[in-house]
Each structure stands twice: as structure tokens, then as C-alpha cells.
Design a binder for this molecule. Structure first.
Ligand code: ARG
Length: 488
């Protein structure tokens, strides 16, 4: 007899209704967290003299066995893991003992606690994976401070830059992503347990104790807030969307760069596919899927926002529908980060092609205009007019041509205002352009070396933070295990 329905409900729902209602499939993700939550709750109930020591040891022994047997040993005709687990416990130790485990709590605070416990591990692993990707970008950038390549705006040749400058741009975006995950971690690592259905409980439970036993940073005080909110999920999923957007833009560059038109890189065969009909094809499928999965992931974020937006406080079953989106998203973002890391780390870089491409599209035009400003002391807008006119003509700029144009535009020769042929030739050298841009954040090798050192420092700090979070968590779960043993 179903331990949940036997009192209030007379009819057993059919299989079709159960399939519609059940969260068992997604609950696989929270099974171990659920056992941990049960253990912490039972220890606290015992310490508060709400259940007896003998009952505690019998329940903890049962929970150990349930943990060992795994979720597949549970009766899947129950609507979720929480009640299936309780039913199994009661089957093992009898209702007189097992039936006491759920005192002073509800599945509403239980499920929120389980999701938070599971998600915080995922967030820490994700942080580690993003850190690895940053390390790979830095490792490649270090070899390419002088690897000149075209920089683009509007996907048109714009100004020369270096590969190091480009890779560090992406690395910085991922460093910011990590700060966002850290903030989501802080919001996630709070304890809703003890809120019960929403109105807390008349049992004298100790919420601070389960917070400590489960290694949470703090307790979510308002019990209605604790069971109602899924903002920690939304915040995490927003982070995922941001990461995926950053990955997708990088993937887009890798896709473009590996075309015959660009020919800047060659992806490793491992990260490529071929055609079933065109034998010559080498396709960047992994990068393309990364770009596409960004769309799927954004869809999940919108799903959760939309599920939550109309819900009155406190718990509504709608919330169950949000959770699978979270697990799918975190799996996707973690896999995508690992793919990007492998793809970047193994790609071949065709420096010569990058360099050749810097001679196309008059990318030194800005520097030439700047030289006119600096050496002939004319306003930038006038220089822009003169150099733009040369670009329109499609001729190579020489002092004679510039003089001719300036005579027409400002009725003065630039050579009379101090412009020399050498300064023009210098302005037209792409590498000189790059070296000149040595102010903070620029692509000059000296400057990208400084940026790289700074990124490395940030990376070490990130790794330290991840270590601290992991150690806090491990310490709490070791302690909980130890305390449980003392009760056996
Ligand atoms: N499976 C449910 C969920 O994921 C657990 C909480 C059920 N609570 C309830 N009152 N029906 O949200």
C-alpha cells in the first residue's frame, strides 16, 4: 500500500498518470544528496530529543544500506525519490521507527535542499573546467605575442592585432564567468531545510545544526522564501548562458578561421567530422554543436523563468518541472567547456597565413590617419577624410599622393606641415601598428605579456578559491559521516 496516498486518496492512478506526475527520472541526480539530507536531519532530530537514540541508529543503518543499493532498488511506482526512499526505509526498519524520519520537514524543503547540494558540486566542477580552459588559452597565448593577424569589426578587416591579444580577450571573458559562478555558488550554498511545507514546524528542530552538518554557508531564514524560491537556479543558469555565449562566439571564430578563405587554423581530427559524400571534407562539427547547444541552453533558462514567473508562494508542483532543465543545462555547459578546452589546446596555427592576411584590406589606415594628426598637426576628422579618399582610390599611399589630396581638401601640402615619406612607410607596416599600441590593454607584445601575467595571477586566485570551497564541502561531509558512525 502506497504510504503517501493511503490516507487521503482512495484510487491508485494509472501508469499514464504516474508517468505524467513522476520526477523519478530527474531525481536520479539528487539520490545521494537525498540520503545525505536524511542523515543530517535524523542526527539533528536525535540531538534535539525528537527521536530516540535507538531509532536514530536503526534509521541510519537503513539509510546506509539504501545508499549502497542505489536508486535502482527503490520502488519506482512512487512519484518521487523522497517518498520512494522513505517507503523503502519503512519496509526495512518498520513504520514505528522509519516512519519517524519525516518529522518536522516536508518534501518541499527536502527537494530544495537536495537540488542545492547537488548543484553546488556541479558549480565547483564547472569552475574547475572553466579554469582549465583559461589555462589553455594562456598557454597558447604565451607563444603568440608576436603572431600578427587581422583584427575584425563587422567581420571586415579592421586593424592588425596578434593571436595573443585575441586569446587573452577570450580568457578575460571566462575569468568574469568564473566570478559569476562564484556568486551563484554563494546564493546556492544556503540551507532551506527546516522550512518544512512553508510554515516551518512546531517541533523544536535546530536549523543551524543541519546547515552545519550539510556544509552550507548559512540558513535561509524565512521558511516561506526557503521553499518557494528557485532564484539560485535561475542565477546559475544565467551564468551558464553567459558562458555558452562566450563559448559560442569563440566557436564561431574557430569555424571561420578553419575555412579555406581564412586558413588561420586547422582543428585536430579528433574535433572534426567528415562528409558521407564529399571525401575531402573536414568539418568543425564540435564547434558547430557548441554554437547550437547555446540556443538549447538559452531555451532552458527561458523555460525556468517562465515556469516560475506566475507561481503564487509557496511551493507549487510546477517547480518540479524546472529541475530537469537545470541538470540538462549544467551537463551541456560543462561538456562544452571541456570541448572548447580540447579544441583550442590541439588546434594547428598557421602563422604565415595570418601574417599574409594582414596585408589585405588596408588595415593600417587608422595608424596612417593618426600619423597625419601627429606629424602634420591636422585634426583627426580631416586625416580620416584624406586617408578615406586614398582607400576609395585603392592606391598605395605615398607622400606625393597625400600632398595632392591634402592640397585639394585643406589647400595645403602635408609635407609642408612636417610629414615625411619615412613616417608614412612606418605607418603602413602592420607589425609597427601593433607595437605602437602599447597602452594598457593594447595588442603590443610588451603589453600582452603584462596582460598575460595578470591573467595568470587571477587564475591562481581562482584555483585557490575552488580549493577552499571543495575543502569546506569535503570537511562537512566527512564530519557528517563520522557523526553518523557515532550514532550506529
Ligand atoms: N518531486 C517534487 C519536486 O521536484 C518534490 C516535492 C514534492 N512536494 C509536493 N508537495 N508534492 O518538486
Amino acid at each position: 500500500m502506497n504510504i503517501l496516498r493511503r490516507g487521503r486518496l482512495a484510487v491508485v492512478p494509472g501508469e499514464d498518470i504516474m508517468r505524467f506526475t513522476s520526477s523519478m527520472e530527474a531525481d536520479k541526480r539528487i539520490f545521494y544528496a537525498d540520503v545525505e539530507v536524511d542523515k543530517a536531519h535524523v542526527v539533528m532530530l536525535t540531538e534535539q530529543s525528537i527521536i530516540k537514540e535507538v531509532e536514530c541508529s536503526s534509521i541510519l543503518r537503513g539509510l546506509d544500506k539504501i545508499q549502497k543499493d542505489g536508486i535502482s532498488a527503490l520502488d519506482t511506482s512512487y512519484e518521487d525519490v523522497h517518498i520512494a526512499l522513505e517507503a523503502r526505509l519503512i519496509e526495512m526498519v518498520g513504520e514505528d521507527i522509519g516512519g519517524r524520519m519525516h518529522s518536522g520537514r516536508s518534501r518541499n524543503d527536502e527537494v530544495a535542499t537536495c537540488i542545492r547540494l547537488t548543484l553546488r558540486v556541479e558549480l565547483l566542477n564547472l569552475m574547475g573546467e572553466v579554469a582549465n580552459l583559461i589555462a589553455t588559452l594562456i598557454k597558447i597565448a604565451v607563444k603568440h605575442h608576436e603572431t600578427i593577424m587581422p583584427g575584425y569589426t563587422h567581420t571586415q578587416h579592421a586593424q592588425p592585432t596578434t593571436l595573443a591579444h585575441n586569446l587573452l580577450a577570450h580568457a578575460n571573458a571566462f575569468i568574469r564567468d568564473i566570478s559569476r559562478i562564484k556568486a551563484a555558488y554563494v546564493c546556492t550554498n544556503q540551507n532551506p531545510l527546516g522550512a518544512a511545507a512553508f510554515a516551518s514546524t512546531g517541533f523544536s528542530i535546530n536549523r543551524e545544526r543541519t546547515t552545519e552538518l550539510l556544509g552550507f554557508d548559512s540558513t535561509i531564514e524565512n521558511s516561506m522564501d526557503a521553499v518557494s524560491t528557485r532564484d539560485f537556479m535561475i542565477e546559475s543558469m544565467s551564468c551558464f548562458s553567459n558562458i555558452m555565449t562566450n563559448l559560442s562566439r569563440m566557436a564561431e571564430e574557430l569555424i571561420l578561421w578553419s575555412t579555406s578563405e581564412f586558413g588561420f587554423i586547422e582543428l585536430n581530427d579528433r574535433y572534426s567530422s567528415t562528409s558521407s559524400i564529399m571525401p575531402q571534407k573536414k568539418n568543425p562539427d564540435i564547434a558547430e554543436l557548441m554554437r547550437a547547444k547555446t540556443g538549447t541552453l538559452n531555451g532552458s533558462l527561458i523555460s525556468v523563468l517562465t515556469i516560475c514567473k506566475g507561481l503564487p508562494y509557496s511551493y507549487n508542483r510546477d517547480l518540479q518541472e524546472a529541475t530537469p532543465h537545470l541538470w540538462r543545462s549544467v551537463d551541456t555547459v560543462r561538456a562544452s567547456v571541456r570541448m572548447a578546452d580540447g579544441m583550442i589546446g590541439t588546434m594547428g596555427i598557421k602563422k604565415e597565413n595570418m601574417k599574409k592576411a594582414t596585408n589585405i584590406g588596408f588595415m593600417t589606415a587608422t595608424e596612417l590617419a593618426d600619423v597625419l594628426v601627429r606629424n602634420a598637426d591636422i585634426p583627426f576628422r580631416t586625416a580620416h577624410h584624406i586617408v578615406g579618399s586614398i582607400a576609395k582610390k585603392g592606391t598605395t599611399p605615398t607622400l606625393a599622393i597625400l600632398d595632392e589630396l591634402s592640397s585639394r581638401i585643406i589647400h595645403e601640402k602635408l609635407s609642408d606641415r612636417g610629414l615625411s615619406g619615412k613616417s608614412i612607410r612606418d605607418a603602413l607596416d602592420p607589425m609597427n601598428n601593433v607595437k605602437k599600441r602599447n597602452i594598457k590593454g593594447g595588442p603590443a607584445p610588451r603589453e600582452t605579456k603584462r596582460q598575460l601575467t595578470f591573467a595568470n595571477k587571477k587564475l591562481s586566485k581562482i584555483r585557490k578559491d575552488i580549493d577552499i570551497f571543495n575543502r569546506q564541502r569535503d570537511k562537512a561531509s566527512d564530519k557528517l559521516e563520522k557523526i553518523c558512525k557515532e550514532h550506529l
